[in-house]
Design a protein around this ligand. Structure first.
Ligand code: MRU
Length: 351
């Protein structure tokens, strides 16, 4: 990801493994766009807290952070010279701890489970474990790039695309999911414009997506979430691309709260609605019923960053962080293997 820092362009990723110091560096996304701050993590508990407090957020990014959290735990076990049975137990409790940080993004479970299975079958060998963590990171990066290549075919001259939340490089190993097609379309010199939903209450759109697009010189404007239907009715939106936190086997897409309203509005006005996701977001053996939507603290709704308390002091709030969109409202799933219909996800997935 390119970052415009004081007029200088630097390359940075939201999640970065340091092979020499065996530590993990995260961009502290709570500070953006005001400040670019990095945080160095050394163990699984700090990974748990960073995901929980949303230092790092976005389904694939938290999954990859979880994997590196387990890797750091394995490194600590090796340093102590622990036996394999103790290592197995330690990794299992680190897995459970990190899993309890946030419940909705299935990438957290899928990526950590994948890494654990590999490491177990390789007798907890450290070199193999580190190589595989890096491989999962690179795989997500490549997948996101391919999502960009396929998704960019949707773009035409002067297209107006709407996106919700942040499904950008900050939410993945790089490139993003919903934002990858925009990056590739830009590199093909196709002129287009992005409507960025501000994404109340944590403002991932206004803060993070707008920051990423500004860094790439992609023309965009921030809108309040509730204005999307109006813009659609005025013919100002050609198509919508969002990310996903899990795609279940019974046909539901969990994504940032507000996604379902967008899909219903888009369907009403005949506007194509796309979901971009890597395979780690796909959960063919999990149903909506078995899944949990995260409810976050009401203070996020009652307060506004920078403005303090904005609501009536005696009123309470409800703060679901995600919602469910039925697959029949999705025009297509932008994947690394092309733009697919829901049923085709099962054929193409190796999960
Ligand atoms: O609460 P967040 O910021 O973690 O929510 C993120 C989203 O809903 C994204 O759209 C989703 O994780 C896809 S990220 C490629």
């Amino acid at each position: 990801m390119k970052i415009n820092q004081d007029g200088k362009i630097i390359e940075l990723t939201a999640v970065r493994w340091n092979s020499t110091s065996k530590t993990l560096t995260l961009i502290d996304q709570r500070m953006l766009p005001e400040r670019l701050e990095l945080l160095e993590l050394h163990d699984a508990p700090s990974v748990y807290h960073s995901i929980r407090k949303m230092v790092v957020r976005g389904a694939p990014a938290i999954g990859l952070t979880g994997v590196y959290g387990l890797l750091m735990e394995l490194i600590a076990c090796e340093k102590k010279g622990l036996e394999k049975s103790v290592i197995a137990k330690t990794l299992e409790s680190a897995f459970q701890l990190i899993m309890s940080s946030r419940p909705t993004a299935i990438d957290l479970k899928n990526l950590m489970q994948d890494w654990l299975n590999y490491v177990k079958s390789n007798s907890y060998r450290l070199d193999e474990a580190e190589k595989y963590a890096i491989q999962l990171f690179e795989q997500n990066k490549q997948e996101c790039y391919q999502i960009g290549v396929h998704g960019s075919k949707l773009f035409f001259e002067n297209a107006h695309v709407l996106t919700h939340c942040n499904a950008g490089a900050l939410a993945t190993a790089d490139y993003g999911t919903a934002l990858a097609p925009m990056r590739i379309a830009k590199s093909k010199h196709i002129p287009f414009h992005v409507w960025v939903d501000e994404t109340r209450p944590r403002l991932q759109g206004a803060r993070l997506t707008a920051w990423e697009l500004a860094n790439e010189d992609i023309p965009h404007k921030i809108i309040v979430d509730s204005s999307a239907a109006f813009l659609m009715s005025e013919g100002l939106i050609d198509f919508v691309i969002v990310g996903a936190d899990r795609i279940t086997g019974d046909g539901w897409v969990a994504n940032k709260i507000g996604t379902m309203s967008l899909a219903i509005s888009a369907s009403h006005f005949g506007i194509p609605f796309y979901v971009a996701a890597p395979w780690s977001t796909f959960a063919p053996h999990v149903s909506k019923e078995e899944s949990q939507i995260e409810y976050r603290d009401q203070s996020e709704v009652l307060h506004c960053p920078g403005a303090g308390k904005i609501a009536n002091p005696s009123s309470e709030a409800l703060n679901p962080a995600f919602d469910w969109t039925p697959e029949d409202l999705v025009t297509g799933f932008i994947t690394s293997k092309g733009i697919l219909q829901y049923e085709e996800l099962f054929e193409k997935s190796s999960v």
